[in-house]
Design a protein around this ligand. Structure first.
Ligand SMILES: [Zn+2]
Ligand SMILES: [Zn+2]
Ligand SMILES: [Zn+2]
Length: 425
């Protein structure tokens, strides 16, 4: 986490005609800061390092473990299945996205490396892109921002809250041909061919508009052939189609400042980024998932939230959970957003919604845990994980069951705390 970067500020002042007679005191201050940094080390992390993969790599996806494989389902889509029993809390994949865009809290994160940064520096030419330091500013400019910079405000106005469009444009600046991001293009096989007409009009229109902006206001096609322009259009439209379906959020715990609401915990989860995780995108949906996701920087870690038996499908929730949304709401949301009629156990057996009010935490130990963890203590999270894993294993055959849900919620919160979190300023 870059809480403050006074050394960089001093370097910038010295390289921008800082008065000669005052320079000595700045140089002294920089030396003191260097000595302090050496003594303190990097104590204040924005997140713990992501965990390692547990065993051999998956032969098809570097990011996934060999405990899963992709198999064709009856709906002609390849999905993820367990090749052996996977235990509660076990890591299935550790995946860095090809690229990301910020969806919120964009004053607090570097727009190039995503790390937390409370005093970012802006791009030399616009105020839309902020960086943790010179290195990221230069790197972003060279890779894509030199094209994005003149049109970024227009792009943001066009896409509104649909950040997946911005991600698609950024990817189109970064990728010259498909071989640079081969995992991304594996997703084309799962694109829904039946509903292509529904999305074709939107993606074609947005492609034409974005291409016009890039051609007219950026240097992207200076000296480029007609063929290169056509290739850009083709990839942009494909990226839009992929991102519309598969772009996923990057979550972070942030201070819980909603007034008038009972606050069990001082932190809540917020989606701050938008990225494409090709392996993750192959997982199917269930309203009662057996896999959950956590983020360490932009890296998405998938773990089993219950025991997954050999041969069973690994399933995440695309949004609706049976404990939070009734069946009619879930089904209509999944149908309109993903053209999906959910046939998970919770939908088929019509599991009841569970209302997670604080008074339903009944064990003294769990009360004590919530008291300790409310400030997102990494030590408390680390020391509690095994207790909740045991709790999930104890109750999992009784699903749907309140105590199981609570154990899963608290286990998930422990992993949240090890991942991205923003402290109160
Ligand atoms: Zn950075
Ligand atoms: Zn700029
Ligand atoms: Zn369902």
């Amino acid at each position: 986490m870059t809480m403050f970067s006074p050394r960089q500020d001093i370097n910038r002042a010295l390289s921008n005609n800082y008065p000669e007679h005052l320079k000595r005191s700045l140089i002294d201050r920089r030396e003191k800061l260097l000595a302090l940094a050496g003594a303190a080390g990097d104590a204040s992390g924005h997140h713990e390092p992501p965990p390692p993969l547990p065993d051999e790599r998956n032969p098809e996806f570097e990011a996934a473990a060999a405990c899963v494989e992709l198999k064709l389902t009856g709906e002609s889509k390849r999905r993820v299945f367990a090749t052996r029993d996977i235990h509660v809390g076990e890591v299935i994949s550790v995946e860095r996205p090809f690229s990301f865009t910020l969806a919120a809290a964009d004053l607090y994160h570097c727009h190039d490396c995503f790390e937390l940064c409370y005093n970012p520096i802006p791009c030399d030419s616009c105020s839309q892109s902020l960086y943790c330091g010179e290195a990221c500013k230069v790197s972003a400019w060279d890779k894509y921002h030199k094209y994005e910079c003149p049109i970024l405000i227009s792009l943001k106005n066009i896409v509104g809250k649909h950040k997946a469009f911005l991600l698609a444009v950024k990817m189109s600046f970064l990728i010259e041909d498909e071989s640079q991001a081969s995992d991304v293009y594996k997703l084309t096989e799962n694109l829904d061919k039946e509903h292509i007409r529904d999305e074709l009009f939107t993606t074609a229109l947005v492609t034409a508009l974005m291409f016009h902006l890039v051609k007219k206001y950026t240097t992207k096609f200076e000296g480029a052939t007609r063929q290169a322009e056509e290739k850009f259009k083709e990839l942009l439209m494909l990226h839009l189609r992929i991102c519309l379906i598969h772009a996923a959020g990057i979550d972070e715990l942030c201070p819980n400042v909603i007034d008038g609401e009972h606050r069990l915990l001082n932190f809540r989860s917020e989606t701050v980024g938008c990225a494409l995780f090709p392996f993750y995108s192959f997982l199917g949906h269930a309203c009662c998932p057996n896999v959950f996701a956590h983020h360490h920087g932009v890296t998405r870690v998938l773990r089993a939230i219950r025991t997954i038996r050999k041969g069973q499908e690994c399933l995440v929730s695309y949004g609706p959970y049976y404990i939070e949304h009734n069946k009619a709401d879930r089904q209509s949301r999944l149908l309109s957003q993903y053209h999906l009629t959910c046939k998970c156990r919770a939908c088929v057996d019509d599991w009841p919604q569970l209302d997670l009010l604080p008074y339903q935490v009944t064990s003294q130990e769990d009360y004590a845990f919530l008291g300790d963890i409310r400030n997102a203590s990494v030590d408390v999270a680390k020391s509690s994980i095994h207790r909740f894993i045991d709790g999930v294993r104890y109750f999992e055959d009784l699903e749907p069951y309140m105590d199981l849900t609570l154990q899963q919620k608290m286990l998930s919160y422990c992993y949240d705390v090890l991942g991205n979190k923003r402290q109160v300023l």
